[in-house]
Design a protein around this ligand. Structure first.
Ligand SMILES: Nc1ncnc2c1ncn2[C@@H]1O[C@H](COP(=O)(O)OP(=O)(O)O)[C@@H](O)[C@H]1O
Ligand SMILES: [Mg+2]
Length: 234
């Protein structure tokens, strides 16, 4: 579904990603983990088309999308839920969700998708008329993810959903991602919560200082000495 080959990217003269390569097959739940500042968000932003790469290839569903701007990658089926969330704070939950479905033209399909995300996040359903700006941190995260799937993406990329969340809410968010994955969605999850993330994903990549230093089945990464030392504190 997605193949990233030898991606080099950064901001102005600052190079952040160095020959990053990764591959995601359809239906896989993939983890991208690494310390703060490693370049995880930059990787997602470059795939989404928010950062223009210096070199390398990004192939999505067999098509080169390297350097394709974000408004087009989202139409092609890539949904990026950033840490910033980018919610419309003066609009209700319901209105934010509808805006997430702008790609879908069929009204009934939009309503069905809203029903689907409400089942996934019952908390949002109960508050559907509440303004996004008045939601708690956890509810905002849920809304951002919910809005991210309103376009029925083929690839969902989520950046650090657990950041700043209480453990219970983190579990709720991870549960929702697992449900989505069971429904066949392909997910690329960026997280600093390495332990939980490697327990729920199929495969993972470890990014350090802009380079992929390890990759493999998540189960194996959990057993890896470097991963244990650097991220699991064991
Ligand atoms: N908009 C930006 N302009 C300049 N430098 C940036 C920008 N965003 C991130 N960086 C730098 O790029 C590096 C990687 O950041 P980031 O991709 O956010 O890492 P991570 O998500 O793994 O914490 C950091 O050194 C960060 O300071
Ligand atoms: Mg980040």
């Amino acid at each position: 579904m997605l193949e990233v080959r030898n991606l080099n990217a950064g901001y102005g003269f600052l190079q952040v990603l160095w020959d990053v390569s990764l591959k995601i097959n359809e239906g896989e739940f993939i983890a991208l983990v690494g310390p703060n500042g490693a370049g995880k968000s930059t990787t997602l932003k470059t795939i989404a088309g928010l950062v223009t790469p210096q070199s390398g290839d990004i192939i999505f569903k067999g098509e080169a999308i390297t350097g394709t701007p974000a408004n087009l990658t989202s139409r092609m089926g890539i949904s990026f839920v950033s840490e910033q969330l980018n919610l419309f704070t003066n609009m209700s939950i319901y209105e934010n969700l509808l805006l997430g479905a702008y790609i879908i033209e069929d009204k009934q399909e939009q309503l069905d998708t809203i029903e689907f995300v409400f089942n996934l996040f019952p908390r949002l359903k109960a508050r559907q008329n509440q303004l996004a700006g008045t939601l708690s941190g956890g509810e905002r995260k849920m809304l951002a993810i919910a809005r991210g799937i309103m376009s029925k993406p083929s690839l969902l990329m989520v950046d650090e959903p657990s950041l700043g969340l209480a453990p219970k809410l983190t579990l709720d968010v991870f549960d929702a991602l697992e449900t989505l994955r069971q429904g066949g969605m392909t997910i690329l999850l960026v997280e600093q919560n390495v332990n939980t993330t490697l327990h729920i994903t199929d495969r993972g990549y470890v990014l350090e200082q802009g380079q992929i230093i390890l990759e493999g089945p998540s189960k194996e990464l959990l057993e890896n000495d470097h991963v244990k030392k650097a991220f699991l504190g064991i």
